[in-house]
Design a protein around this ligand. Structure first.
Ligand code: FBP
Length: 553
């Protein structure tokens, strides 16, 4: 296989472990903390997780290793969307497992959770793992979005574990995957299978975090990648001075990615979904807000700019989410076929007009035709509109153009408004992990094995104090039940990990809020440049602005 010079060089990189994990396996001991309880709905969660609820948090410290010396066969699964660093979680896990006992075995289940159910796996070897060290992607074993959640699936999983003598499963995933890891852990304990389940916090979206988990892995590299590109576009915009760039960035629901990119690049506009929802902003108000910046900049002779739009924005605009719900109803079941059989867009439009409420129709009417059609063409397997496929960068550009046309007619705006549209998402999910993600992920994997070795079940691998150099990081574990609460999902109350949305009273948003009016008018662009892997730690090892601000730095 031909490999790039950077990939070759990255093979040589030695990820940094937290200081307390650096003394060798024989000198890692465990310190138990207080018993824990769930973030909310304690009684209900305790009742649903009798075997895994209320366990103590633990920290690894330097000391005599007292873990039982049994042979471990560990299965690992990558679940959900790719996030840079996943390969290092697997290699950290592998290295710790082999350093403990060279007869230990690591099986990688292929293609996500379905690999476990279908018993499709590969056994990891030095040679195989070495090809993937410090590289991006999940191609080491592949990933998938099958949910492991029913008792029937758990029974199959337990059978597969029994067949291979598996003693522990490590699930590398986001909030939903770790919710399922928690339920699987409870099942394994309740059925005396002897199989432990450990989770690792992954997602570029950055919405799996709380007072214990400081960030999910992949967020650092993905946002640095998008910020590099946004900075490059800002410089292009400032050179040519003729385009407004509307840039949509990934993040299915929460706006953490958009906010971090804004902190890194200081664009003229960045929308934050959570704020739009809190202020109940309509599409028209958002368009006016952006148009105000365009108009003020035009008055200064600056007919260019950059606006960042979070992917999940449309779900946060109250009138838009009502429209989407009505469209889902309108096309429920067989009505989709009836709609698709209509001969022309005009006929379809009449069908839509007859089916939507007056309020939703008034929202629908102001959308560009391309977006109107997207709302009806793209459906997920459950029959829902796939909001992530809505080109909101084009939607807002078009709405702003309409506002500016009105202002021009009224004589208040005389500038030029030419737009370019971009979507940054998949570009960032498989980048070579930054040093931070390479170190953090390797530590999460290494630490996951320590949790296994000490017999913990239903724990999330936890590495904290992340804004400090790796030497000062703290490694340990936290019962997943601690992050759970009850939420309404598909018409039922379910125990789930609470998703972390952008906090409007949090330091990252407050910083943005304090500066955005200036950024909206001036050209205050910041150019972060490409991720640096070699050079001074002040450039190569810096983490996100979000983490630094959250830590008061
Ligand atoms: P995870 O929550 O599984 O980490 O995935 C996040 C994400 O990258 C979102 O940002 C994006 O909306 C979605 O995955 C895209 O999913 P897909 O890869 O299935 O198109």
């Amino acid at each position: 296989m031909k490999i790039s010079p950077l990939q070759k060089a990255r093979y040589e990189y030695t990820p940094k472990l937290p200081g307390m994990l650096r003394n060798g396996i024989a000198e890692i001991s465990v310190k138990e903390g207080e018993a824990t309880q769930s973030v909310a709905d304690q009684e209900k969660i305790a009742e649903l997780f009798p075997n895994t609820y209320g366990k103590p948090e633990i920290t690894f410290i330097k000391g005599q290793n007292t873990a039982a010396d049994k042979k471990q066969v560990v299965g690992v699964i990558l679940s959900g969307g790719q996030a840079p660093g996943g390969h290092n979680v697997v290699s950290g896990l592998y290295d710790a497992l082999k350093a403990t006992n060279k007869d230990n075995v690591l099986l990688g289940f292929k293609g996500g959770p379905s690999g476990l159910l279908e018993d499709k796996y590969i056994e990891m070897t030095d040679e195989y793992i070495d090809q993937y060290r410090n590289t991006g992607g999940f191609d080491i074993i592949g990933s998938g979005r099958t949910k492991l959640e029913t008792p029937e699936q758990f029974a199959v999983a337990a059978e597969v574990c029994k067949k291979h003598g598996i003693t522990a499963i490590v699930i590398i995933g986001g909030d939903d995957s770790n919710t399922n890891a928690c339920t699987l852990a409870e099942y394994m304990a309740a059925n005396n299978t002897g199989v432990q389940v450990i989770g690792c916090p992954k997602t570029i979206d950055g919405d799996l975090k709380n007072e214990d988990i400081e960030c999910s892995f992949g967020f650092d590299t993905a946002t640095k990648t998008y910020s590099e590109l946004i900075g490059n576009i800002e410089r292009d915009a400032n050179s040519a001075k003729k385009y407004w760039h509307f840039i949509k960035v990934m993040g299915r629901s929460a706006s953490h990615v958009a906010l971090e990119c804004a902190l890194e690049t200081q664009p003229n506009i960045c929308l934050i979904g959570e704020e739009v929802a809190a202020k109940k902003m309509s599409l028209s108000e958002i368009a006016d807000y952006i148009a105000d910046s365009v108009e003020k900049r035009a008055a200064n002779g600056d007919n260019f700019g950059v606006a960042i739009i979070p992917e999940g924005i449309v779900e946060f605009v109250p009138e838009f989410s009502v429209l989407i719900a009505e469209i889902n109803e309108l096309l429920a079941g067989e009505k989709t076929e009836e709609f698709n059989a209509l001969p022309s867009w005009d006929a379809k439009y009449e069908f839509i007009k007859a089916g939507l409420t007056k309020e939703s129709m008034s929202v629908f009417e102001i959308l560009p035709q391309g977006i109107q059609q997207q709302l009806f063409l793209e459906r997920d397997p459950h029959g829902n509109v796939q909001v992530s496929l809505i080109e909101s960068e084009k939607l807002f550009a078009a709405l702003v153009a309409d506002k500016l046309a009105e202002r021009k007619a009224a004589g208040t705006y005389t500038g030029k408004f030419a737009t370019q549209h971009h979507f940054f998402g998949y570009e960032g999910r498989c980048a070579f992990p930054s040093n931070f993600d390479a170190d953090y992920c390797y530590s999460l994997g290494y630490n996951a094995f320590m949790l296994i070795q000490y017999g913990f079940n239903g724990y999330l691998s936890k590495v904290s104090n992340l804004s400090k150099p790796a030497e000062e990081w703290v490694a340990g574990g936290m019962p997943i039940t601690k992050m759970m609460n009850m939420e309404r999902r598909n018409g039922k109350d379910k125990p789930v990990i609470r998703k972390a949305l952008t906090e409007l009273d949090g330091a990252p948003f407050k910083y943005f809020e304090a500066h955005r009016d200036q950024w909206a008018v001036e050209t205050a662009f910041l150019f972060p440049g490409a991720i640096q892997y070699y050079g001074p730690a002040s450039v190569c090892d810096i983490t996100t602005r979000t983490l630094a601000l959250e830590k008061g730095e």
